[in-house]
Design a protein around this ligand. Structure first.
Ligand code: RNT
Ligand code: ZN
Length: 415
């Protein structure tokens, strides 16, 4: 039976529960996901500094990691060719091009990212940006909460530079750009003063946001975190800190689902956040016992996050991925994570959401459970494979053959 014939049969099955599969595929095709550049090289970047600091860790040494910009771009292309739809690339400031000489992060300018803009233009991609507040000698003690005014200013200037770069992306590509601020500042052991670092961070953010930028196309977000390696007891940028800061200053929160206590679910936070702000940004990841940044799977929490995105309005959520697994083929990691996020969104689009909502209204809790469980075995795979086919990417696991060949022909030759 052909992919198309299977799709037609699935379409009938979904029609019986009031779900229009054609419509679902049309929506899915237009949901951009921001693919993080840093899975390609274990967050090494182009500064020539390979020491990853800031309480995050990429473990493993699978061969073939991108060693320079050219290889990274080539690998991103390889991955994108296996992912249906048109997406975005999420950059970090340490992926700047220094064609006319090195500058430190406080002095970065749009021109250092011109090559990325060209790359994005040729492929019709959007670009997002992250200032890099780690893997730097001045980030050793603290960044935006540093008590040394000179160092704090360096990092404030880096934040301002980042907004200018994102505005350049938005202008050049005619697509909005997200600037996401995450800092590793915190303490390994119980601090004596929790307030001063937070008040310094507050002031630093105020200074960064004091520059003028076009808020209709540059979205600034702040990403909280409950702990980092070596920063187990206290982080300056906690959830409460940033949620209040974002609310008061009319910027966005970015929720990374590896950054909360293990039983605290980001899927449950989305509806609350969107009742109080127009937009929300996400880092979808997979924390295995800790903020381990494993590849996103088609698992329960990813599906639950996707349901909340669809039910609350997909146009309000900026979806990005954030993982860095160095123990497996890095291109496969990207492809698996991106396709899984899309499968989770498809799953949400194929649910009879209105019907389920009404059942809850009637407090028909038994039927909700019955239906939700039966829906799990509906033929979503046939719909997904057809989606791949009409978007010209290999269906099922067929894409992996291409990655294996690329590994043999290209990746393993990188020594
Ligand atoms: C770290 C944060 C942050 C980083 C990236 C590289 O815990 O999740 O988003 O992973 O900026
Ligand atoms: Zn993150």
């Amino acid at each position: 039976m052909s992919t198309k014939a299977r799709y037609e049969s699935a379409k009938e099955i979904y029609k019986k529960i009031g779900v229009d599969t054609d419509k679902a595929l049309e929506i899915l095709k237009n949901i951009p996901i921001s693919m993080h550049c840093w899975q390609g090289d274990d967050i090494a970047g182009f500064e020539g500094n390979h020491q990853l600091t800031g309480g995050i860790q990429a473990t493993g040494n699978y061969p073939g990691k991108a060693r320079n910009s050219q290889e990274l771009m080539q690998d991103i292309d390889k991955a994108l060719n296996l992912i249906p739809g048109v997406h975005r690339i999420n950059l970090h400031a340490n992926y700047a091009f220094f064609d006319d000489g090195f500058v430190d992060r406080d002095k970065l300018e749009p021109k250092h990212f011109k090559k990325w803009v060209e790359f994005a233009k040729e492929r019709n991609l959007g670009l997002d940006f992250n200032p890099t507040y780690f893997s730097h000698p001045l980030a050793q003690d603290a960044t935006l909460s540093n008590t040394d005014e000179k160092i704090r200013k360096f990092w404030i200037d880096h934040g301002k530079a980042s907004i200018r770069i994102a505005e350049y992306f938005a202008n050049e590509l005619s697509k909005p750009s997200l600037v996401n601020i995450w800092i590793p500042d915190g303490f390994k052991d119980i601090p004596a003063d929790r307030t001063t670092p937070r008040s310094l961070l507050k002031d630093s953010l105020d200074q960064i946001l004091s520059i003028s930028y076009d808020k209709s196309k540059v979205y600034v977000a702040v990403e909280s975190k409950v702990f980092g390696i070596g920063l187990e007891s206290y982080t300056v940028g906690s959830h409460e800190f940033y949620m209040n800061y974002a609310m008061k200053n009319n910027i966005l929160c970015l929720l990374d689902n590896g950054h909360y206590h293990p039983t605290e679910m980001v899927s449950d936070k989305i509806s609350s956040m969107l009742l109080f702000s127009d937009k929300l940004a996400l880092h979808v990841t997979r924390p295995v016992r800790w903020d381990s940044d494993h590849v996103v799977l088609y698992d329960d929490e990813t599906k639950e996050i996707a349901k909340e995105i669809i039910r609350n309005g997909v146009e309000k959520v900026l979806i990005g991925l954030d993982f860095f697994d160095a123990s497996i083929n890095r291109i496969a990691a990207w492809v698996v994570g991106m396709r899984n996020m899309q499968k989770a969104l498809l799953n949400a689009l194929l649910l009879p959401n209105e019907k389920l909502k009404n059942l809850q209204k009637e407090r028909n809790l038994t039927e909700i459970m019955v239906l939700q469980e039966e829906l799990k075995l509906y033929p979503i795979g046939d719909v997904w494979n057809y989606f791949c086919e009409i978007n010209n990417v290999p269906e099922k696991e067929d894409w992996f053959e291409i990655v294996k060949n690329y590994e043999k022909d290209v990746l393993l030759k990188r020594k």
